[in-house]
Design a binder for this molecule. Sequence first.
Ligand SMILES: [Zn+2]
Length: 109
Amino acid sequence: MQSTYGLGPGEYDELLRLQGGRCAICGGTRKQRLSVDHCHKTNLVRGLLCRMCNGRLLTAARDRPATLRAAAEYLENPPAQKHIGNRYFRGKRASSSDQQESEQGGEPS
Ligand SMILES: [Zn+2]
C-alpha cells in the first residue's frame, strides 16, 4: 500500500490501533474506514476521524477550537433555559401523538 494522505505504509493501521480502533472525537466505531483528517492550512495529519466528525463537525466549526468549545458550553448551559426557563419546542416534526395533543390543547402545566 502506497503512502496515503501523508501516512506511510502501515501507519494508518498503527494509528488506528493506537486510537483504539475509534474515531478520535466521538469514539465511534464505524464499519466505514475512518478518514485521515488533516489541517487544511498546513496539511499536518491530525488523526483518524469518522465521516460525521471529519466531514460535518469540524467543517461546521471551520476547524476552530473556540467554536467547538462554545458549542459544548451551549449544550451544557443552554441560553434559553438560563434566561427564560424551560420551554419545549412544538414544531410540526413532533411525533404524531404529541402533535395531536398540542393541537387540541392539553392542560396547562
Ligand atoms: Zn466521530
